[in-house]
Design a protein around this ligand. Structure first.
Ligand SMILES: Cc1ncc(COP(=O)(O)O)c(C=O)c1O
Length: 401
């Protein structure tokens, strides 16, 4: 780490613990009264200011209609917004195309990846997102490839995750393409993307990275990850209006992805051709500069991520010592973020226990299945979560365990 990076980390860690600062951030959001929300993983709230900006753009686009959209938005303003996104990501504007969500972005990349021949192999794991797994399995039918499915060891470690991919590369010489999830929605486990990408490159395997949960809560530089293809959304940890995502393709790899469904509006090397056709949510797109400004003003992903990880540590530290609770997500700081899953060991039915958390303790969370490590309950704090909310959670866990 450089000294500048260490200074950013120290600042972020100090900020993360500053309850008064986060109380002021929480006051920027309107909150419906109800249970304590530990399911901020679905989508983020817009701040009052972002919502106001969105509503203003909605009213303006509704008033001005195609006269504004055709003459200004389509020609100039959409490009300014794309450049703003590129600047946030520290990539070239030609490397990003806005879409309607992460699934749309990832499905376009998977569907249009043109380097597969019948008999090639593609790879997914038990921790990938369902719609990504099914899109990769669909390649078997549409391209005649074989789908290799691996399951990760539990508990996972940095070495076990890397070894699982290394073994898969060594054991399947016809592997050409793999999905990789930066932060899995099942347990919040963070993949060592850079190390896996470096091993993949050695074996000539391309990665399509699912960054749905990474952007805004993990402090990373996209170009440092060494992946050529990625899909993201903007509604989770960036706090943008619903209905926005984007595709990233490293500039020198654009020829590996065909324009979506043969879209001929753009040159074949223009990433805009990868965004599935359709009228987008224009007022939501127009709100993005405000969203990015607010994100930067709070301290960016470094501060937001440090806060979420700090709140996670508060409950996990207690829960690790509770009889009857198994925390599934490892404590290696390289492998976790704000999202962490656990299970009640003495109770077989995790959905029932999720219901009891809500009914008996006013804690809202979601059960998760699908990973090889078994059913669990996912806890996801947000930017309105306080240390007191976490104390309510640990009390609930102790009494239900
Ligand atoms: C890991 C992961 N990938 C992809 C998605 C899909 O994102 P979107 O709803 O933007 O399509 C999600 C949504 O929760 C997710 O958690």
């Amino acid at each position: 780490m450089t000294s500048a990076q260490t200074a950013v980390t120290d600042y972020a860690i100090a900020r993360a613990q500053d309850e008064a600062f986060w109380q002021a951030i929480a006051a920027r959001y309107d909150i419906e009264p109800g249970p304590i929300n530990f399911e901020h993983g679905y989508f983020g709230r817009m701040s009052r200011e972002v919502l106001k900006t969105y509503e203003q753009h909605l009213a303006y686009v509704n008033r001005s209609n195609a006269v504004y959209v055709r003459q200004r938005f389509d020609t100039e303003d959409s490009e300014t917004i794309r450049a703003d996104l590129a600047s946030l990501l520290e990539v070239r504007p030609q490397e990003v195309a806005l879409t309607r969500c992460a699934s749309e972005s990832l499905q376009s990349l998977i569907r249009n990846y043109n380097a597969l021949q019948p008999g090639d192999q593609v790879l997914i794991s038990d921790l990938d997102y369902n719609s990504v797994q099914s899109a990769m399995r669909w390649l078997a039918k549409s391209r005649g490839v074989e789908v290799i499915e691996i399951t990760h060891k539990h508990p996972a470690s940095y070495d076990s995750l890397l070894a699982a991919y290394r073994d898969a590369f060594a054991g399947h010489p016809r592997l050409k393409l793999m999905a990789l999830t930066h932060v899995t929605h099942r347990t919040g486990l963070v993949m060592p993307v850079q190390a896996i990408a470096s091993a993949a490159t050695e074996h000539g395997v391309d990665i399509i990275l699912d960054g749905a949960h990474a952007l805004g809560q993990l402090d990373f530089k996209l170009s440092d990850l060494d992946v050529a293809f990625a899909g993201f959304n903007l509604q989770k940890w960036m706090g943008a209006p619903l209905s926005l995502g984007f595709i990233y393709v490293k500039q020198d790899r654009i020829s590996a992805i065909d324009p979506d469904m043969g879209d001929t509006r753009y040159a074949p090397d223009d990433i805009l051709g990868l965004a599935p056709y359709g009228t987008p949510n224009i007022p939501a797109l127009m709100t993005l500069p405000k969203v990015f400004a607010e994100h930067r003003e709070i301290g960016g992903s470094a501060v937001k991520g440090a806060r979420l990880a700090y709140l996670r540590d508060l409950w996990v530290r207690e829960a690790r010592n509770m009889d009857g609770i198994e925390v599934l997500t490892p404590d290696d700081p390289r492998l976790y973020c704000g999202i962490t899953s656990f299970r009640f060991q003495g109770h077989a039915d995790q959905p029932l226990m999720t219901r009891r958390l809500l009914d008996e303790h006013g804690i809202f969370a979601v059960p998760r299945v699908g990973s090889a490590c078994g059913p669990c309950i996912r806890i996801t704090p947000g930017f309105i979560t306080s240390a007191d909310d976490v104390a309510r959670l640990t009390h609930a866990l102790r009494s239900l365990a």
